[in-house]
Design a protein around this ligand. Structure first.
Ligand code: KIV
Length: 263
């Protein structure tokens, strides 16, 4: 690892923006790392983008650890953040600390992220030396409580509550804070009010950093992209084209003819 949580704090004070992307496997982690992405999130969106579930809720701690291990083998420089899946930390502090510790102990992550205003959990992690990133606003693990994936913090009361939660997480020791699905002005205000970097997704351009789900970035998602997400490539179309071409070659008996060697 060469990027540290201290680097991210320093970058905020220097006004240096940075990008975070998700990865769930070795080749993607290697390519993102080679592209200079400083922070790789092993996101619980694994559930939707790789495992085919319709929400992030079903993904297990064991599945997250399995994928994080592959990411850790691929990334040499990036700071790796392991996302805490639904019900791996909400039931008790003890279970949460144990599960978070698994990321560092078994999976090669350098830090963890969890959703929601749980400063006592953030404090428990920092107490035992586990760097932790917060995540406020639209928190997908609460999709049923929110009644869908809706922008949060739209009323003055909700905005003030979110600012309080951000400050509480900061005091509890988070090293960065994801702000998802909140109005631009609120994200800007939180960014000014906390000393740790804010990492926005659907939160406007004024956060200290931005995060995207890599399947959206490269055009591998099935679902329609959110307005804020930009596809920088269309790998899905390329895979379909290559598979179609290969299928036709096989059907037509077109085959590379050297059968004696692999290289
Ligand atoms: O799991 C994930 O991909 C995330 C990002 C959307 C921040 O939590």
């Amino acid at each position: 690892m060469s990027v540290t949580v201290q680097d991210l704090r320093a970058w905020k004070s220097e006004g240096r923006r940075f990008a975070m992307l998700t990865a769930w496997d070795y080749p993607t982690a290697r390519l993102l790392d080679e592209a200079g992405i400083p922070v790789i999130l092993v996101g619980d969106t694994l559930a939707e983008n790789i495992l085919g579930y319709s929400t992030t809720l079903p993904v297990t701690m064991d599945a997250m650890i399995h994928h994080c291990q592959a990411v850790a083998r691929g990334a040499r420089n990036a700071l790796i953040v392991g996302d805490m899946p639904f019900l791996s930390y909400q039931a008790s502090l003890e279970e949460g600390v144990h599960n978070a510790g698994r990321y560092l102990k078994e999976a090669g992550a350098h830090s963890v992220k969890f959703e929601g205003p749980l400063p006592e959990f953030a404090a428990a992690l920092t107490r035992v030396g586990i760097p932790v990133m917060g995540h406020l606003g639209l928190t997908p693990q609460s999709v049923h409580q929110m009644g869908g994936y809706r922008v949060q913090g739209k009323t003055e009361e909700a905005a003030l509550r979110l600012i309080d939660h951000a400050r509480e997480l900061e005091e509890a020791g988070v090293f960065a804070l994801v702000l998802e699905g909140v109005p631009r002005q609120l994200a800007q205000e939180v960014t000014q009010k906390v000393s740790v970097p804010t990492i926005g997704i659907g939160a406007g351009p004024d956060c200290d950093a931005q995060v995207l789900v890599t399947s959206d970035l490269v055009g591998l998602s099935e679902r329609r992209l959110a307005k804020f997400a930009k596809a920088y490539a269309n790998i899905g179309t390329e895979i379909r084209r290559a598979a179609d071409e290969y299928r036709r070659d096989v059907e037509d008996g077109e085959f590379p003819d050297d059968e004696h060697s692999y290289h």
